[in-house]
Design a protein around this ligand. Sequence first.
Ligand code: UT7
Length: 329
Amino acid sequence: MHKIHAAITAVHGYVPDYVLTNHELEKLVDTNDEWITTRTGIKERRILKGEGLATSDLAVPAVKTLLEKRGIGADEIDLIIFCTTTPDMPFPATANILADKIGAKNAWGYDLQAACSGFVYGLSTGASFIESGRHKKVLVVGGDKMSSIIDYNDRATCIIFGDGCGAALLEPNEEGYGIMDSVLKSDGSGREFLHMKAGGSLRPATHETVSAREHYAYQEGKTVFKFAVTNMADVAAEIMQRNCLVADDIAWLVPHQANKRIIDATASRMGISDDKVVVNIERYGNTTNGTIPLCLWEWENKFKKGDNIVLAAFGGGFTWGSMYLRWAY
Ligand code: UT7
């Protein structure tokens, strides 16, 4: 019997219609298009507008279309792993809410919180359920309504983040395609540089926490940048080495979209040319858990069966990781 790999068999994404441009941000904070473009590579990002809409509402259209593309019903999903930093509510899990909204009546599920590395953590975790033979169809969703935790008075964060969501279906493959390896890391001492101060059990919401604007994402960008550049490149190099891959073997690098300069540093460390690097940061900014699945969705038609693809991510926590997969369709 051949080894069972977990293969991605369908992907889809969704971004909301509203486009928040750099020029619009110039009216909100002391910034300018030239600074944002040269420092981050971002030109615009999408924002989910409208009352009563949450992260699960970004996931519903992505997942519904994914299921149509794969030709299966929601009731065939065994497990939903929802990777998000902006759950609809502190509890219940957004995975449960999504299951209800799409009619995934036979699925169990949970949320996974690893900030910007969430989707890579989620694929790796989901793969274990397939590889063990326990499940046949695992849906991994990565998405965030970052605009719900961004302070549009804070130029250090509001220029970076956007809203969006993507999803991938994992199924067993015995032909040698799918997820081959992953390297996942974390270092909780990095939490002071990227976090949300209040709203958790450490500092529950009070009038004071709201007045002090502590329910927004806080980032010391320069420090996070230094760790991200080093760690994302290190972990991508490590997965190449572990799997005896040289740059020529890799068809695509799909990096987390936090900053074009971090992406370039990772590609350069791997020796990968720009034409093999998937980048859409200029249109969506950093959608946290959404970046990698949105990239997979937008590049799906360019991927060929058997392509060696490396994913790499870095995020709050700190968390970081890379994954090597052989595209299955
Ligand atoms: O996805 C999860 C992980 N997150 C990341 O990977 C993000 C990592 N960090 C970054 O991408 C970058 O640090 C930022 C894009 C957030 C900031 O870029 P930077 O090159 O690190 O800028 P900086 O914070 O060192 O600031 C440089 C200058 C400062 O002015 P002075 O002190 O040199 O006069 C800032 O006050 O730019 C100023 N500045 C801005 N100017 C215009 C900071 N933010 C802005 C802004 N517009 N939005």
